[in-house]
Design a protein around this ligand. Structure first.
Ligand code: ATP
Ligand code: MG
Length: 345
């Protein structure tokens, strides 16, 4: 009947924000809740180096921040099917990455729309490390390091919308691998993408994506006053008099309310009112401040209880679990590609 495996992750480049929550963590928590998947949540510290190699102490701090953010929202590595994996601590994964590099084409990596969009930024284009240029393939290795390699299995990858093209590449490479090296019996499991209802959350400045590099985030660890201040300064769509009708779709405050307000029926009424006779932005922002602080309160409480948690041990245990899962994968892949011993003459 096969195995059910989840692999997903985040770069360790700083504290997490509401975009990470709706685009990823929310789905991860639902999956964890089912208890039906072996879950590998990856802290991608090597991938963080593709753009942040100049500040080792910040990288270390980010690993800690991301781990604490995950624990605070309720991911729970005490469950036996949940593993927090530190990417750099799985050497077999790096080996897999080099081998998959040989069957990915340079053209398909460079054609990747997400990579292309990132390279549009002149600064990125000028300074991109050589590692950055191959990160899409490295991510394919992340996914397949825990490949169950068993008929009828599922390899599920819950991510935000910007990752969809990367997962298409992963499926192409897995199928190519199977076709070339094992045409009669599939070895690698083409992964399945899971994108939540909100694949991309807008930033507080109204930009299409909330992103730390754009400074338009509300962070999971922000206190109540910080949240209130950020919402006060938030973009609220085209200029409008307090009682002038508007279009909710154009107002980021509504986008956030749709994502986080538990009273969706009341919200639908408010949207209608906004369309017909207008609602002052200050009222909308007041509602959002309450909604977001209520949403963040349980994480804040859990975070207070986390002081003194042995994060290293959590990461050692999770990384060991990933190494164990990766061992048969790398053995099989090396044998298939003829880079293994013993040689039989
Ligand atoms: P940032 O741009 O803030 O540095 P990132 O995109 O580099 O964040 P990643 O580690 O690449 O962060 O992403 C982790 C996961 O969070 C991915 O699944 C990504 O799609 C998702 N994600 C990140 N930002 C958002 C957002 N604004 N809306 C929805 N999902 C998001
Ligand atoms: Mg990213």
């Amino acid at each position: 009947m096969g195995k059910q495996v989840v692999l997903t992750g985040m770069r360790t480049t700083g504290a997490l924000h509401l975009g990470h929550y709706v685009g990823a963590l929310k789905q991860w928590l639902e999956i964890q809740q089912t208890g039906q998947y072996e879950c590998y949540f990856l802290l991608a510290d090597i991938q963080a180096l593709t753009t942040h190699a100049d500040n080792p102490s910040a990288l270390r701090q980010s690993v800690k921040d991301v781990t604490l953010d995950w624990l605070a929202v309720g991911l729970d590595p005490r469950l036996k099917n949940v593993h927090f994996v530190l990417q750099s601590q799985v050497p077999e994964r790096a080996e897999l990455s080099i081998l998959l590099d040989m069957i990915a084409t340079n053209a398909e990596v460079l054609d990747n729309p997400t990579l292309k969009a990132e390279l549009q930024d002149l600064q990125v284009r000028k300074t991109a490390s050589s590692g950055f240029m191959r990160y899409p393939v490295d991510q394919v290795a992340d996914i397949h390091m825990v490949d169950p390699m068993e008929a009828g299995s599922t390899l599920l990858v819950p991510v935000g919308a910007d990752q969809e093209s990367h997962l298409e590449l992963a499926r192409d490479i897995a199928r190519r691998f199977n076709r070339v090296y094992s045409p009669t019996k599939a070895v690698l499991t083409p992964c399945r993408t899971l994108v939540g209802d909100i694949g991309r959350l807008v930033g507080t400045d109204g930009d299409a994506k909330m992103s730390k590099s754009k400074g338009n985030t509300i962070d999971l660890r922000d206190d109540a006053d910080t949240v209130a201040r950020k919402i006060k300064g938030m973009a609220a769509g085209p200029n409008r008099g307090a009682n002038e009708p508007g279009k909710p779709d154009e107002n980021p405050v509504f986008i956030y309310l749709r994502a986080f307000d538990p009273d969706q029926i009341g919200l639908a009424d408010l949207e209608q009112q906004y369309r017909e006779r207008g609602v002052p932005n200050s009222a909308l922002k007041g509602r959002l401040t309450t909604v977001l602080n209520d949403f963040l309160d349980p994480s804040r409480a859990r975070r207070r209880e986390l002081a003194g948690t042995d994060i290293s041990q959590i990461l050692v245990d999770g990384s060991d679990a990933a190494r164990e899962a990766c061992t048969p994968v790398i053995t099989t892949v090396k044998e298939a590609m003829a880079v293994s011993l013993p040689y039989k003459f």
